[in-house]
Design a protein around this ligand. Sequence first.
Ligand code: COI
Length: 355
Amino acid sequence: MNSSTTEKIKIQKADKSRIDQVDFENLVFGNVFSDHMFECDYKDGSWQTPTIRPYGSITLSPAAKVFHYGQAVFEGMKAFKDEDGKVWLFRPDQNAKRINKSSVRLAIPEFPEEIFFEALTTLVKMDRDWVKSGEGNSLYIRPFVFATQAGVGASPSTEYKFMILMSPVRAYYAGDIQVEIAEHYSRSANGGVGAAKAAGNYAAQFFPTNLAREKGFQQIIWTDASNHEYLEEAGTMNVFFRVNDTLLTAPISDRILDGVTRKSVIALAKRDNIAVEERRVLVSEIVEASKNGSLKEIFGAGTAAVISPINAFSFQNTTHNLEKQDDSYAVKFKKELTDIQRNRCEDPFNWRFEV
Ligand code: COI
Protein backbone atom coordinates (compact mmCIF):
# COMPACT_ATOMS: atom_id res chain seq x y z
CA MET A 1 0.00 0.00 0.00
CA ASN A 2 1.41 3.48 -0.74
CA SER A 3 0.20 6.66 0.92
CA SER A 4 -0.26 10.22 -0.33
CA THR A 5 -2.57 13.17 0.32
CA THR A 6 -4.67 15.56 -1.72
CA GLU A 7 -5.09 19.01 -0.24
CA LYS A 8 -7.33 17.54 2.45
CA ILE A 9 -7.56 13.77 2.00
CA LYS A 10 -5.18 11.09 3.20
CA ILE A 11 -4.89 8.36 0.58
CA GLN A 12 -3.83 4.71 0.92
CA LYS A 13 -3.81 2.96 -2.42
CA ALA A 14 -4.62 -0.72 -2.91
CA ASP A 15 -1.54 -2.77 -3.84
CA LYS A 16 -3.43 -4.48 -6.63
CA SER A 17 -6.78 -3.87 -8.32
CA ARG A 18 -9.54 -6.51 -8.01
CA ILE A 19 -11.08 -5.43 -11.30
CA ASP A 20 -9.90 -8.51 -13.23
CA GLN A 21 -11.99 -10.74 -10.95
CA VAL A 22 -15.26 -8.97 -11.88
CA ASP A 23 -17.72 -10.33 -14.44
CA PHE A 24 -19.07 -7.01 -15.73
CA GLU A 25 -21.60 -8.78 -17.98
CA ASN A 26 -23.39 -10.42 -15.06
CA LEU A 27 -23.48 -7.84 -12.29
CA VAL A 28 -26.11 -8.08 -9.58
CA PHE A 29 -27.04 -4.51 -8.58
CA GLY A 30 -24.87 -3.29 -5.71
CA ASN A 31 -23.03 -6.54 -4.95
CA VAL A 32 -19.55 -5.68 -6.23
CA PHE A 33 -17.48 -2.75 -4.99
CA SER A 34 -14.58 -0.87 -6.56
CA ASP A 35 -11.01 -0.91 -5.21
CA HIS A 36 -11.27 2.07 -2.86
CA MET A 37 -13.66 3.68 -0.40
CA PHE A 38 -13.83 6.95 1.49
CA GLU A 39 -14.27 7.34 5.23
CA CYS A 40 -14.27 10.18 7.70
CA ASP A 41 -15.07 9.98 11.41
CA TYR A 42 -16.82 12.55 13.54
CA LYS A 43 -15.80 12.85 17.17
CA ASP A 44 -15.15 15.53 19.80
CA GLY A 45 -17.49 17.83 17.89
CA SER A 46 -15.72 17.79 14.51
CA TRP A 47 -15.00 15.74 11.39
CA GLN A 48 -11.54 14.13 11.56
CA THR A 49 -9.02 13.34 8.80
CA PRO A 50 -10.82 12.30 5.61
CA THR A 51 -9.27 9.12 4.22
CA ILE A 52 -9.46 7.04 1.07
CA ARG A 53 -8.32 3.44 1.53
CA PRO A 54 -8.81 0.03 -0.08
CA TYR A 55 -12.41 -1.23 0.10
CA GLY A 56 -12.73 -3.50 3.12
CA SER A 57 -14.37 -4.22 6.43
CA ILE A 58 -14.76 -1.76 9.26
CA THR A 59 -14.92 -2.49 12.97
CA LEU A 60 -17.77 -1.21 15.11
CA SER A 61 -18.88 -1.76 18.69
CA PRO A 62 -22.01 -3.92 18.91
CA ALA A 63 -23.38 -1.05 21.00
CA ALA A 64 -22.94 1.45 18.11
CA LYS A 65 -26.11 3.51 18.10
CA VAL A 66 -26.82 2.84 14.44
CA PHE A 67 -27.67 -0.77 15.35
CA HIS A 68 -30.10 0.24 18.06
CA TYR A 69 -31.73 3.44 16.90
CA GLY A 70 -31.13 3.44 13.16
CA GLN A 71 -29.41 6.82 12.99
CA ALA A 72 -28.26 6.51 9.37
CA VAL A 73 -28.88 8.31 6.08
CA PHE A 74 -27.56 7.72 2.58
CA GLU A 75 -27.47 8.96 -1.01
CA GLY A 76 -27.47 7.36 -4.43
CA MET A 77 -25.67 8.86 -7.41
CA LYS A 78 -23.96 7.65 -10.57
CA ALA A 79 -20.84 8.18 -12.67
CA PHE A 80 -20.94 7.53 -16.43
CA LYS A 81 -18.19 7.06 -19.02
CA ASP A 82 -18.71 8.48 -22.49
CA GLU A 83 -17.39 6.97 -25.73
CA ASP A 84 -14.22 9.12 -25.48
CA GLY A 85 -13.44 7.76 -22.03
CA LYS A 86 -14.44 10.92 -20.15
CA VAL A 87 -16.15 10.34 -16.80
CA TRP A 88 -19.18 12.38 -15.70
CA LEU A 89 -21.25 12.80 -12.57
CA PHE A 90 -24.88 13.87 -12.79
CA ARG A 91 -25.97 16.82 -10.61
CA PRO A 92 -23.66 15.90 -7.68
CA ASP A 93 -24.45 19.21 -5.95
CA GLN A 94 -27.99 17.92 -5.38
CA ASN A 95 -26.75 14.85 -3.50
CA ALA A 96 -24.29 16.86 -1.43
CA LYS A 97 -27.12 19.09 -0.27
CA ARG A 98 -29.67 16.33 0.20
CA ILE A 99 -27.49 14.12 2.42
CA ASN A 100 -27.04 17.07 4.74
CA LYS A 101 -30.77 17.77 4.71
CA SER A 102 -31.41 14.14 5.61
CA SER A 103 -28.72 14.31 8.30
CA VAL A 104 -30.30 17.34 9.93
CA ARG A 105 -33.62 15.48 10.19
CA LEU A 106 -31.89 12.52 11.89
CA ALA A 107 -29.87 14.76 14.27
CA ILE A 108 -26.61 13.83 12.47
CA PRO A 109 -23.97 16.57 12.00
CA GLU A 110 -23.74 17.91 8.44
CA PHE A 111 -20.72 16.92 6.34
CA PRO A 112 -18.70 19.77 4.73
CA GLU A 113 -19.71 20.00 1.05
CA GLU A 114 -16.18 20.82 -0.15
CA ILE A 115 -14.78 17.64 1.43
CA PHE A 116 -17.69 15.65 -0.03
CA PHE A 117 -16.75 16.93 -3.52
CA GLU A 118 -13.04 16.36 -3.10
CA ALA A 119 -13.66 12.85 -1.77
CA LEU A 120 -16.07 12.05 -4.57
CA THR A 121 -13.91 13.31 -7.40
CA THR A 122 -10.70 11.81 -5.99
CA LEU A 123 -12.36 8.43 -5.48
CA VAL A 124 -13.93 8.39 -8.96
CA LYS A 125 -10.59 9.39 -10.54
CA MET A 126 -8.74 6.65 -8.65
CA ASP A 127 -11.28 3.98 -9.65
CA ARG A 128 -12.18 5.34 -13.09
CA ASP A 129 -11.50 1.96 -14.74
CA TRP A 130 -14.53 0.69 -12.82
CA VAL A 131 -16.78 3.07 -14.78
CA LYS A 132 -17.68 1.17 -17.93
CA SER A 133 -18.96 2.91 -21.04
CA GLY A 134 -21.90 1.57 -23.05
CA GLU A 135 -25.65 1.69 -22.62
CA GLY A 136 -26.85 0.62 -19.21
CA ASN A 137 -23.42 0.67 -17.53
CA SER A 138 -22.63 3.06 -14.71
CA LEU A 139 -20.81 3.28 -11.42
CA TYR A 140 -23.37 3.59 -8.62
CA ILE A 141 -22.03 5.76 -5.80
CA ARG A 142 -23.30 5.31 -2.27
CA PRO A 143 -22.41 8.07 0.22
CA PHE A 144 -23.75 7.31 3.71
CA VAL A 145 -23.35 8.36 7.31
CA PHE A 146 -24.20 6.51 10.49
CA ALA A 147 -23.94 6.68 14.27
CA THR A 148 -20.90 4.89 15.73
CA GLN A 149 -20.91 5.88 19.40
CA ALA A 150 -21.10 2.82 21.66
CA GLY A 151 -24.04 3.10 24.03
CA VAL A 152 -27.68 2.12 24.12
CA GLY A 153 -28.99 5.30 25.70
CA ALA A 154 -31.71 6.59 23.37
CA SER A 155 -30.07 9.87 22.41
CA PRO A 156 -28.23 11.12 19.33
CA SER A 157 -24.76 9.67 18.90
CA THR A 158 -21.75 11.88 19.59
CA GLU A 159 -19.71 9.91 17.00
CA TYR A 160 -20.39 9.15 13.33
CA LYS A 161 -18.75 7.71 10.25
CA PHE A 162 -19.27 9.18 6.77
CA MET A 163 -18.37 6.82 3.93
CA ILE A 164 -18.55 6.55 0.15
CA LEU A 165 -18.62 3.19 -1.65
CA MET A 166 -18.80 2.67 -5.40
CA SER A 167 -20.36 -0.25 -7.23
CA PRO A 168 -20.38 -0.98 -10.98
CA VAL A 169 -23.99 -1.63 -12.00
CA ARG A 170 -26.34 -2.26 -14.87
CA ALA A 171 -30.14 -1.83 -14.77
CA TYR A 172 -31.88 -1.95 -11.38
CA TYR A 173 -35.09 -3.38 -12.83
CA ALA A 174 -34.85 -5.79 -15.73
CA GLY A 175 -37.88 -4.99 -17.90
CA ASP A 176 -41.25 -3.45 -17.12
CA ILE A 177 -42.63 -3.63 -13.61
CA GLN A 178 -45.96 -4.25 -11.94
CA VAL A 179 -46.94 -2.45 -8.76
CA GLU A 180 -49.52 -2.70 -6.04
CA ILE A 181 -51.16 0.42 -4.60
CA ALA A 182 -50.86 0.50 -0.81
CA GLU A 183 -54.13 0.13 1.05
CA HIS A 184 -52.91 -0.86 4.50
CA TYR A 185 -49.22 -0.17 5.19
CA SER A 186 -47.66 3.30 4.93
CA ARG A 187 -44.21 4.55 4.07
CA SER A 188 -44.33 7.93 5.75
CA ALA A 189 -46.58 10.33 7.56
CA ASN A 190 -46.88 14.08 8.01
CA GLY A 191 -44.00 15.36 10.10
CA GLY A 192 -42.12 12.07 9.72
CA VAL A 193 -38.89 11.21 7.92
CA GLY A 194 -40.29 10.40 4.46
CA ALA A 195 -38.42 13.26 2.81
CA ALA A 196 -35.10 12.12 4.29
CA LYS A 197 -33.09 9.33 2.70
CA ALA A 198 -33.09 7.56 6.04
CA ALA A 199 -32.02 3.91 6.11
CA GLY A 200 -35.07 3.03 8.21
CA ASN A 201 -37.46 4.25 5.51
CA TYR A 202 -36.22 1.40 3.35
CA ALA A 203 -36.22 -1.22 6.12
CA ALA A 204 -39.85 -0.35 6.89
CA GLN A 205 -40.84 -1.15 3.32
CA PHE A 206 -39.27 -4.60 3.13
CA PHE A 207 -42.08 -6.52 4.86
CA PRO A 208 -45.03 -5.04 2.88
CA THR A 209 -42.97 -5.22 -0.31
CA ASN A 210 -42.31 -8.93 0.34
CA LEU A 211 -46.07 -9.44 0.67
CA ALA A 212 -46.60 -7.63 -2.64
CA ARG A 213 -43.82 -9.72 -4.25
CA GLU A 214 -45.60 -12.91 -3.24
CA LYS A 215 -48.50 -11.64 -5.34
CA GLY A 216 -46.23 -10.89 -8.32
CA PHE A 217 -45.59 -7.16 -7.83
CA GLN A 218 -42.06 -5.74 -7.70
CA GLN A 219 -42.94 -2.53 -5.88
CA ILE A 220 -45.63 -0.75 -3.93
CA ILE A 221 -46.89 2.72 -4.75
CA TRP A 222 -47.33 4.25 -1.34
CA THR A 223 -50.39 6.30 -0.51
CA ASP A 224 -50.97 8.93 2.19
CA ALA A 225 -50.89 7.44 5.67
CA SER A 226 -54.15 9.09 6.74
CA ASN A 227 -56.69 7.61 4.31
CA HIS A 228 -54.71 5.88 1.54
CA GLU A 229 -56.45 8.20 -0.91
CA TYR A 230 -53.49 9.92 -2.60
CA LEU A 231 -50.63 8.38 -4.56
CA GLU A 232 -47.18 9.32 -3.27
CA GLU A 233 -44.00 7.44 -4.31
CA ALA A 234 -42.63 3.96 -4.74
CA GLY A 235 -39.86 3.03 -2.31
CA THR A 236 -37.00 3.12 -4.78
CA MET A 237 -38.32 5.86 -7.07
CA ASN A 238 -40.75 8.76 -7.51
CA VAL A 239 -43.75 8.04 -9.70
CA PHE A 240 -45.26 9.83 -12.72
CA PHE A 241 -48.70 9.27 -14.25
CA ARG A 242 -49.46 10.30 -17.82
CA VAL A 243 -53.14 11.10 -18.23
CA ASN A 244 -53.83 11.95 -21.88
CA ASP A 245 -50.75 14.10 -22.56
CA THR A 246 -50.34 15.57 -19.08
CA LEU A 247 -47.81 14.31 -16.54
CA LEU A 248 -48.95 14.13 -12.93
CA THR A 249 -46.71 13.58 -9.94
CA ALA A 250 -47.10 14.09 -6.21
CA PRO A 251 -45.66 17.38 -4.92
CA ILE A 252 -42.60 17.40 -2.69
CA SER A 253 -43.59 17.38 0.96
CA ASP A 254 -42.20 16.07 4.22
CA ARG A 255 -43.47 12.63 3.16
CA ILE A 256 -41.83 12.47 -0.27
CA LEU A 257 -38.21 12.28 -1.36
CA ASP A 258 -37.10 15.25 -3.45
CA GLY A 259 -35.71 12.99 -6.18
CA VAL A 260 -32.96 14.26 -8.47
CA THR A 261 -34.31 12.20 -11.39
CA ARG A 262 -37.83 13.41 -10.55
CA LYS A 263 -36.84 17.07 -10.78
CA SER A 264 -34.81 16.39 -13.94
CA VAL A 265 -37.83 14.78 -15.64
CA ILE A 266 -39.97 17.78 -14.69
CA ALA A 267 -37.37 20.16 -16.16
CA LEU A 268 -37.16 18.09 -19.38
CA ALA A 269 -40.96 17.98 -19.67
CA LYS A 270 -41.25 21.75 -19.24
CA ARG A 271 -38.53 22.30 -21.84
CA ASP A 272 -40.39 19.99 -24.23
CA ASN A 273 -43.70 21.85 -23.63
CA ILE A 274 -45.32 18.87 -21.94
CA ALA A 275 -47.82 19.87 -19.27
CA VAL A 276 -46.71 18.79 -15.79
CA GLU A 277 -48.87 19.01 -12.72
CA GLU A 278 -47.14 18.61 -9.36
CA ARG A 279 -50.18 18.04 -7.24
CA ARG A 280 -51.86 15.47 -5.06
CA VAL A 281 -53.06 12.63 -7.27
CA LEU A 282 -56.07 10.64 -6.11
CA VAL A 283 -56.00 6.86 -6.41
CA SER A 284 -59.63 7.05 -7.60
CA GLU A 285 -58.63 9.48 -10.36
CA ILE A 286 -56.01 7.08 -11.72
CA VAL A 287 -58.34 4.08 -11.45
CA GLU A 288 -61.00 6.06 -13.34
CA ALA A 289 -58.46 7.21 -15.97
CA SER A 290 -57.42 3.59 -16.42
CA LYS A 291 -61.06 2.58 -16.94
CA ASN A 292 -61.84 5.34 -19.44
CA GLY A 293 -58.57 4.91 -21.36
CA SER A 294 -57.05 8.31 -20.56
CA LEU A 295 -54.31 6.78 -18.38
CA LYS A 296 -51.55 6.24 -20.93
CA GLU A 297 -48.48 5.49 -18.82
CA ILE A 298 -47.05 5.19 -15.34
CA PHE A 299 -43.31 5.27 -14.78
CA GLY A 300 -40.88 5.50 -11.91
CA ALA A 301 -37.92 7.89 -11.79
CA GLY A 302 -34.87 7.41 -9.59
CA THR A 303 -31.08 7.24 -9.67
CA ALA A 304 -30.93 3.45 -9.51
CA ALA A 305 -34.18 2.88 -11.41
CA VAL A 306 -33.47 5.64 -14.03
CA ILE A 307 -36.88 5.73 -15.81
CA SER A 308 -38.73 2.46 -15.22
CA PRO A 309 -42.01 1.87 -17.05
CA ILE A 310 -44.79 0.39 -14.94
CA ASN A 311 -47.06 -1.71 -17.12
CA ALA A 312 -49.67 -2.75 -14.56
CA PHE A 313 -51.01 -1.69 -11.19
CA SER A 314 -53.27 -3.43 -8.77
CA PHE A 315 -55.81 -1.75 -6.50
CA GLN A 316 -58.43 -3.53 -4.40
CA ASN A 317 -57.43 -6.83 -5.98
CA THR A 318 -58.13 -5.60 -9.51
CA THR A 319 -55.19 -5.44 -11.88
CA HIS A 320 -55.12 -2.64 -14.45
CA ASN A 321 -52.87 -3.25 -17.45
CA LEU A 322 -51.42 -0.43 -19.49
CA GLU A 323 -50.80 -0.70 -23.19
CA LYS A 324 -47.46 0.30 -24.66
CA GLN A 325 -47.57 3.79 -26.21
CA ASP A 326 -45.93 4.49 -29.57
CA ASP A 327 -45.03 7.96 -28.30
CA SER A 328 -44.05 6.77 -24.81
CA TYR A 329 -42.99 9.55 -22.45
CA ALA A 330 -40.99 7.02 -20.41
CA VAL A 331 -38.94 6.10 -23.48
CA LYS A 332 -38.53 9.75 -24.48
CA PHE A 333 -37.42 10.96 -21.04
CA LYS A 334 -35.10 8.01 -20.54
CA LYS A 335 -33.36 8.84 -23.81
CA GLU A 336 -33.17 12.57 -23.09
CA LEU A 337 -31.89 12.00 -19.57
CA THR A 338 -29.31 9.34 -20.40
CA ASP A 339 -28.10 11.32 -23.44
CA ILE A 340 -27.27 14.19 -21.09
CA GLN A 341 -25.79 11.89 -18.45
CA ARG A 342 -23.59 10.09 -20.98
CA ASN A 343 -22.44 13.20 -22.85
CA ARG A 344 -24.26 12.26 -26.04
CA CYS A 345 -25.85 15.69 -26.46
CA GLU A 346 -25.66 19.29 -25.31
CA ASP A 347 -26.28 19.90 -21.62
CA PRO A 348 -28.48 23.02 -21.62
CA PHE A 349 -29.18 22.64 -17.89
CA ASN A 350 -25.54 22.33 -16.82
CA TRP A 351 -26.22 19.03 -15.07
CA ARG A 352 -23.07 17.17 -16.14
CA PHE A 353 -19.93 17.44 -14.07
CA GLU A 354 -16.70 16.12 -15.56
CA VAL A 355 -14.41 14.27 -13.17
C1 COI B 1 -31.36 5.31 -5.57
O1 COI B 1 -32.02 5.39 -6.60
O2 COI B 1 -30.20 5.74 -5.50
C2 COI B 1 -31.92 4.73 -4.38
O3 COI B 1 -31.64 5.19 -3.33
C3 COI B 1 -32.71 3.53 -4.48
C4 COI B 1 -31.99 2.45 -3.75
C5 COI B 1 -32.81 1.97 -2.64
C6 COI B 1 -31.49 1.38 -4.64
